[in-house]
Design a protein around this ligand. Structure first.
Ligand SMILES: [Zn+2]
Length: 200
């Protein structure tokens, strides 16, 4: 049995600690890095080592950013009257790629999960309530996932954000584009019927 050089084994162990990377993939990646240019490996190591010192959370929306406030919060071209609430930074990126939303964001950094000890104080709900009452925000669009924790978080937010001066909306759910409706699951179909849009 081949014994790996310790430096290579260390890299494989570190890579395999990443989500979705098993030991086979970690070994393949480590060998790829080893066979490549030393400069590319140094650049990779440098980008990793600078990550935490360069990036912080925006104190307003809690997005990862090199500046505080972040580029979205400080963009005068965006509508500060509407806040889109998402679970994670990756959700913000997904919505931004659509170029369909020009408001501001609020990242919760998680969902409510009482069995795991995650209550409202463990995610950025208190901060959301505070922002929603700042006199500028007129609409909060809840864009949590349609998972059990995402739905539970959305329900909690709808109750907590009740305020006559605030419109609370949710993402519409429906049949995916290009999908034959007979293949849609009944919950998606039921929700699409309940939240149907005016056609003309
Ligand atoms: Zn921000």
């Amino acid at each position: 049995m081949e014994i790996l050089p310790p430096a290579l084994e260390r890299l494989i162990n570190n890579l395999s600690a990443l989500p979705g990377i098993g030991s086979k993939t970690a070994t393949r990646l480590a060998l790829h890095i080893l066979r490549g240019q030393q400069g590319a490996a140094v650049e990779l190591a440098d980008s990793l080592s600078k990550l935490h010192e360069s990036i912080q959370l925006c104190s307003s929306c809690f997005a990862f950013s090199e500046t505080d406030p972040c580029s979205i919060c400080s963009d005068p071209g965006r509508n500060s009257e509407i806040l889109c609430v998402v679970e994670q930074p990756a959700d913000l990126l997904a919505i931004e790629t659509t170029k369909s939303f020009k408001g501001h964001y609020h990242i919760l950094h998680g969902t409510l999960s009482p069995v795991d000890g995650i209550g409202p104080d463990e995610i950025k709900i208190r901060e959301l309530v505070h922002r929603s009452n700042n006199g500028v925000v007129k609409e909060v669009l809840i864009a949590t996932s349609s998972t059990v924790p995402g739905e539970a978080t959305a329900s909690y937010l709808i109750d907590t954000l009740k305020n006559p001066g605030l419109r609370v909306t949710r993402l519409a759910y429906g049949i995916p584009m290009g999908m034959d409706i007979k293949y849609a699951d009944k919950h998606t179909l039921a929700r699409a019927i309940l939240r149907r849009d005016k056609a003309v």
